[in-house]
Every structure is written in C-alpha cells, then in structure tokens.
Design a protein around this ligand. Structure first.
Ligand code: MN
Length: 491
C-alpha cells in the first residue's frame, strides 16, 4: 500500500454527564479538525463518532485492530472522559497509538466563557485523566500537546504517522535472501525469528541457483526495455554495452522473483555468485531507485530497513534514502569527515546530478567487470540508521549527520559516495557508534529525521539510541549501561 492509502482514526472521548446536546458539537469539531489535518498531513485522518461508554470504546478499538487501512488511532478528550471506561479498549488496542492534548478554541474567550463552555471544553484536565490511564497501563503511546492548527504540533503528528505507516509495512515485509551472510561476519547477522516476532519481517533464503535460472530465462526484449529505462534515468558513460545489458538481465530476473513471491527487499552476497557473471551493481542500484530494500553481503537487516524507510519517506520531496557503508575517514584537523559509499550498490535517489553508468573492474568477487552507477551525493542534513542484534534485544542506532559537497574527484575509485560530518564530531560519533555496537552498514536518509526513527522504534518496542549534537561519551556509555540493566530486568 502507498502511504496515501493508509488512514488514521480520530477517537474523541466524552461521557453522558453533560447531556446529549454536546455530542453534535464534539463531532462537528472533530470533523473540522480531521479535515484540516487530512489536508496538511501525510495521511487522511477519519473522525469517528465520539465515544461515551466502555462498550463503545472497546468496539472502536477492536474495529481499528481489524481494519487493514487503519495505521493507527489518535485519541483526544474533548470533555472529561473517565479513564476506567478506557481500560478494556486500550487493553486490546494493538495499532500505533497517539494521544493529542489540544483544545478546539485557541484562546480563552474571556467575555463569553461560562459553565456551558466549560462543560464542553475540558481537554486541559480531561487529557490528564486520559494520560494517567495509559501511563498506569504502561501502554506504548506518543503524546503530542499543542494547538491543533499550529504547524509545529501538526509536524509531530506527521512524523508519528510516517512511523506508524512504517510499522504497518514492517509487519508485512518479506525479505529475500539470495545466499547467506558473508562468511564469519557477525554484525550483519542476527536472530531472524526475533526479528519476525518484533518487527514482522519474514526473512527467507533462496539458493543462488534459483536466481540464476531466472537470469537465464530473461528475453532480449525484456533487456531492451530495461536498457531504455537506464537511458531515461542515467547517462551511459561506457562503450561496454554488453556488461550493462548483463546487469539489465540480472535486474529483470531479480525484480520478477521479488514481485512473484511478494518480497519488498533483498540482499546479495559477493562470496556466492556461482554462475552469475557480474555481482549485481547497477541492477541493485536501479531496484533501490524503485523502492526495493537492499543490503550487501547478506545483510538482511539493513535490506529490510532500507525498504521500510523508503516507504516511510514516500512523498517527501527533499533528499532520498539509500543503503550505505562507512567507507573511509578524512582526518584533516578541524574538517574531519567520513566518506560513505559501497563497492557498487549506492541508491541513485541521493545523487546530486544525473548518475553515470560505468564499467570497471572490481577487486573482489572474482567475476567480470560490473556495470554500476557513479555519482556524487546531495548536500544537506541527513541521518544514518543501523540495526543490530544484542542477543536479548534489537538495538537501533541513529546518527545525525551533515552531508557536505564532495569537491574532489576520485579518478581511481569509481563509486558513488556521500561525504558527511557526523554529529557532534567524527571522533565522538565514531566512539559512540562503536561503543553501541553499530554496524558498518546503515541506511542514510535525507528525508527522515531521528524523530521518525524514534517513533518507529517505540511503536515496534525496540531499543533506540541517538547520537546527536549533544552526545557526550561518558553519559552515552551510562545510557548504554542503564539500557542493558533495564532489558535484563525485562522492562
Ligand atoms: Mn559492505
């Protein structure tokens, strides 16, 4: 489903105490708010009739759980809605949950305010009664307070919505493993059963032979059509058209395999190519452009996260989202930076200019020279995100970074690259990332922010670690230690 096909339900709480006549006002206010939010936010918000009893609340939460288009529930207490009424419904709610603390009127109407007004507009205290019950129940919830027309307040809702859509997509994601992990590598591996329990990913292995059979069956006409797409998006900067046509053949085959089996992400492994003549480079890059998740060297976790983050960022006009690797350092004093890249497979959505298709030898993999896209990346703020298996839990690590202009060419290293300054500085960022056990593989996104990923991690119930401008190593290490203690206690 595309992000626009999801909706969120606005469930407004009240009770019978104040007379039936207020319900029409409450419902019309909710309609007006949903219409404003649906215009401004990534997804539609649907106003449900206000709820007044425990039975009504339980009923709407059960409906939300079972509705495939409903990506989450937003609650608001227009009046005081006694929270014992909410226990049954909140106990069963399994969709992402946002509690907004807002008020229909922005200002206090000093001249006209009276007891009728107060009976209708009680969110200042009604939402606190509601907050107590989700705190008491240890219910996973995001709380957003502010005036409902205010842009900063709406942005908080929008960020949570994208995270909730990511959660919905995560729970139905299938990941294709072409071969296994790179031999002996630890950080890219992990517990696939735990990942499926926590995140919903079904991670399935196929032998390289299954893909090779598809590669052999690709027709010349299919390759021609794929080549026409390459011409549309990229500059053909090579005379070795046969090598490019072989990548087109691989792409057609992998794409067919993904679509026919319902996979949204895949990985390759250069150690296990068998009769494949090239490591899929251009093929993987062009599949990422179309929104498929990708990881190299058997990295199924980062393949899945690339897919989910691309879906979360859908429709955002700025930047792009790409599989990434910490490649090499620039330790010039006062201008420390990190070059992110991979030997082939960097997603062209982050390119600053039209990428070039080139064919060059590859030092590893022991196959023919692979065609790949070469480009420099955009400038701007971004995040890098990784996910590691700590044995007793999954840990997401996010670093805020600033992508800089890459003024130097690399005539002898024909890869796509991103040059960034990690926050708070290269040294502290690298120390923190390494203390946290972060992988060398990550997803880089110019579109999403750490808040999107924090909301996603909270919805999914996984650990969230954020390296940012305020990170200081000693308190960061304490955070890791306290988190360990909390998880050991099962909190
Ligand atoms: Mn790698």
């Amino acid at each position: 489903m595309a992000i626009k096909e999801y909706e969120f339900w606005f469930v407004v709480g009240t009770q019978h105490l104040y007379g039936e006549e207020i319900f029409a006002d409450i419902n019309s206010h909710a309609q007006e708010m949903c219409s404003e939010w649906s215009d401004k936010l990534p997804c539609r918000v649907v106003a449900k009739p206000c709820v007044k009893t425990s039975a009504e609340i339980l009923d709407i939460m059960r409906q939300a759980n079972n509705d495939l288009a409903c990506a989450g529930v937003i609650t608001w207490m227009h009046t005081f809605s006694p929270s014992k009424m909410w226990i049954a419904g909140l106990s069963e709610l399994s969709k992402p949950y946002l509690h907004v603390n807002t008020q229909y009127n922005r200002d206090i109407p000093w001249d006209s305010i009276d007891m009728d007004f107060m009976n209708l507009n009680q969110s200042a205290h009604g939402d606190r009664e509601h907050g107590y019950i989700h705190a008491r129940m240890r219910k996973k919830v995001k709380v957003a307070a502010g005036y409902w027309k205010d842009e900063a307040f709406q942005n908080k809702i929008g960020i949570w919505m994208r995270a909730a859509v990511g959660a919905a997509e995560s729970r139905k994601l299938r990941v294709l493993r072409i071969s296994d992990n790179m031999r002996n590598v630890a950080v890219t591996d992990g517990d696939k059963i735990e990942a499926q329990i926590k995140l919903g990913w079904q991670v399935d292995h196929y032998g390289v032979g299954d893909i090779i059979r598809c590669v052999e069956n690709v027709t010349d006409a299919e390759i021609d059509a794929q080549m026409a797409e390459y011409e549309q998006y990229y500059d053909m900067d090579t005379d070795n058209i046969e090598a490019v046509r072989y990548q087109a053949r691989e792409e057609v085959a992998i794409k067919k395999f993904l679509d026919e089996n319902g996979f949204g992400a895949f990985h390759t492994n250069f150690e296990d190519l068998q009769q494949l003549r090239q490591l899929p480079g251009l093929a993987s890059q062009d599949l990422m452009r179309q929104g498929y998740g990708f990881g190299a060297e058997g990295d199924w976790k980062v393949a899945a996260m690339t897919r989910i983050m691309k879906l979360m960022a859908e429709g955002m006009t700025d930047g792009g989202t790409a599989f990434m690797e910490d490649y090499t350092y620039h330790f010039e004093p006062g201008n420390e930076m990190l070059l992110g890249s991979h030997m082939l497979e960097v997603c062209p959505t982050i390119a600053a200019d039209k990428p070039k298709i080139q064919v060059h030898p590859l030092g590893i993999g022991d196959r023919e020279d692979p065609a790949r896209l070469v480009f420099k990346a955009q400038t701007g703020n971004a995040i890098v995100v990784t996910l590691v298996d700590m044995g007793d839990r999954l840990r997401m690590i996010v670093n805020d970074v600033e992508c800089k202009e890459q003024t130097n060419d690399m005539p002898k290293l024909p890869v796509a690259g991103v040059l960034w300054k990690p926050m708070p500085c290269l040294q502290t960022s690298a120390e923190a990332w390494i203390y946290a056990g972060g992988a060398h593989h990550s997803v880089l996104s110019y579109s999403l922010t750490a808040e999107h990923m924090r909301d996603f991690a909270e919805i999914m119930g996984i650990e969230f670690i954020h390296i940012n401008k305020d990170t200081e190593i000693n308190s960061f290490k304490k955070e890791l230690f306290y988190n360990d203690v909390a998880y050991k206690l099962g909190m």
